[in-house]
Design a protein around this ligand. Structure first.
Ligand code: ATP
Ligand code: MG
Ligand code: MG
Ligand code: MG
Length: 439
């Protein structure tokens, strides 16, 4: 992508309304624009990151055995009357009336709808388990939308659902998602800690929240430092290995970790002092097992082996895809801007032309741009007629992992500069070597 063709409305000034780094940088880097409180347009740079995160989540859901689908954002109120949540949900639910005076709502989550879809499909117990998910916009009329996309009113969520014939089977299903979550967050370059949690308005008795650490987080968290060094990807456990997966999850949850609602002072005090961490965290995911909470009132059952109907054992599993964009920035930035972990970066490389209009420099940049593109490397070429300082400032702000800097002096000596955004380390090498390194 050439910057002159792109749409990157960066801001020089820090917007006054932004209280935390991620919100400031997302506005300054032209990633999003607020349209109303808690409602954002995703501009190209923000959209690119959102899609990267979404894709990692999708790949890990698929790997864990879930099947993707798509439910609508607008739902009929009647579904929610059946579960009893239409009245319980309160003001967070955006209620809409259509032209025929029918009560509708903008979905804050999809338990009711998926349960009804499943009920209508008349599945037999032999066909279970079934695992479904979608990645769709939600609306919750939050009392205090704030911190940009971190607490929006309209936000993108991955929500997965499961249908099992028994509690034991549902536990294995829950464990699958547990591992999928750990893998997903680690792939995004995050350290997410699984914490025992209350299940909130969704209900149930097996529930974990996944939190990333950040001073600006809205949850108070207490946990064992051991979590900061765990490598979930290395566990190598097979999703279909029931016993092995249970053992792995038991290992992952053996150390103390809880949000304030579930915090147990005595148990925390038993953690060696040097390993106790108390701080703030951002909830990026939440998994629940809630048994028959929806299947019973909504009549979603299967015919069991003895011919009698058995209500389905269900769970739901959410990831805040749009919240993660802000969350990752909170976890990875410095005083100059964002520092994207490579797997979620909007582009891998920023190509900086230090002297636009110089025949040799332009030609070298065009060559690099074409060759990197051919190798499938995502490049943002800053081809604007700007001075070098301004170009570096923009590159640092938008945080691409690599900067490939081409200038007249270097070229005369046969070299370009390859700079790492995170470490700040710069290395001189030939253009060919730089392209090979990045490819
Ligand atoms: P919170 O405690 O932050 O209000 P929640 O517990 O109400 O979140 P869940 O119902 O568990 O949220 O939804 C699953 C995930 O969706 C959350 O873990 C979070 O990552 C994301 N999420 C929830 N509310 C918002 C929001 N207002 N803006 C952005 N993401 C959100
Ligand atoms: Mg909430
Ligand atoms: Mg919560
Ligand atoms: Mg939650």
């Amino acid at each position: 992508m050439r910057l002159t063709r792109y749409f990157l409305p960066t801001l020089k000034e820090t917007p006054a309304e932004a209280q935390i780094a991620s919100h400031r940088y997302m506005l300054r880097a032209g990633m999003v624009r607020q349209e109303a409180a808690g409602i954002y347009s995703w501009l190209p740079l923000g959209h690119a990151v959102l899609k990267k995160i979404e894709q990692i989540v999708r790949e890990e859901q698929d790997r864990a055995g879930w099947v993707e689908m798509l439910m609508p954002t607008i739902q009929p109120a009647d579904l929610w009357r059946k579960s009893g949540r239409y009245d319980d949900y309160g003001k967070e639910m955006l209620r809409i009336t259509d032209r025929h005076d029918r009560d509708m709502l903008y979905g804050p989550t999809n338990e009711e709808m998926i349960t009804d879809i499943f009920r209508a499909a008349s599945v037999t117990y032999r066909e279970l388990p079934k695992y479904l998910y979608h990645i769709q916009w939600k609306f919750r009329d939050e009392v205090r939308p704030r911190f940009g996309v971190m607490r929006g009113r309209e936000f993108l969520m991955k929500d997965a659902y499961s249908f099992d014939v028994s509690k034991e089977a549902a536990r294995h299903t829950y464990n699958r998602q547990f591992l999928a979550y750990l893998r997903s967050f680690q792939r995004m370059g995050l350290t997410a800690v699984p914490m025992r949690a209350e299940s909130g308005p969704i209900g149930g008795d097996m529930s974990h929240e996944f939190l990333i650490l950040a001073e600006t987080g809205e949850s108070q968290v207490y946990f064992d430092r051991a979590y900061l060094e765990m490598d979930w990807m290395a566990s190598g456990v097979d999703y279909d290995d029931v016993g092995g997966l249970q053992k792995a999850i038991d290992g992952f949850t053996a150390n103390y970790a809880a949000t304030d609602e579930m915090h147990d002072e005595a148990a925390f005090a038993a953690v060696p002092e040097a390993r106790r961490v108390a701080g703030r965290g951002i909830e990026v995911g939440h998994i629940f097992y809630f048994g028959t909470k929806y299947s019973e009132p909504m009549g979603a059952s299967v015919q069991g082996p003895d011919g009698k109907p058995v209500p389905l054992e269900m769970g739901s599993y959410g990831i805040g895809v749009s919240r993660l964009v802000g969350g990752i920035i909170e976890a990875s930035h410095d005083e100059r801007g964002i520092v994207w972990p490579e797997p979620v970066a909007p582009f891998k490389v920023g190509l900086v032309n230090l002297k636009q209009g110089d025949t040799a420099v332009d030609a070298a940049c065009e060559q690099a741009y074409a060759q990197l593109g051919n190798a499938g490397v995502e490049v943002l070429y800053n081809d604007e007629a700007e001075r070098a300082g301004a170009k570096f400032a923009v590159m640092d702000l938008i945080g691409l992992p690599w900067q490939l800097v081409v200038g007249p002096k270097g070229l005369a000596a046969g070299v370009v500069e390859l700079k790492n955004r995170k470490t700040g380390q710069a290395e001189e090498m030939t253009l060919e070597a730089a392209i090979a390194r990045l490819s």
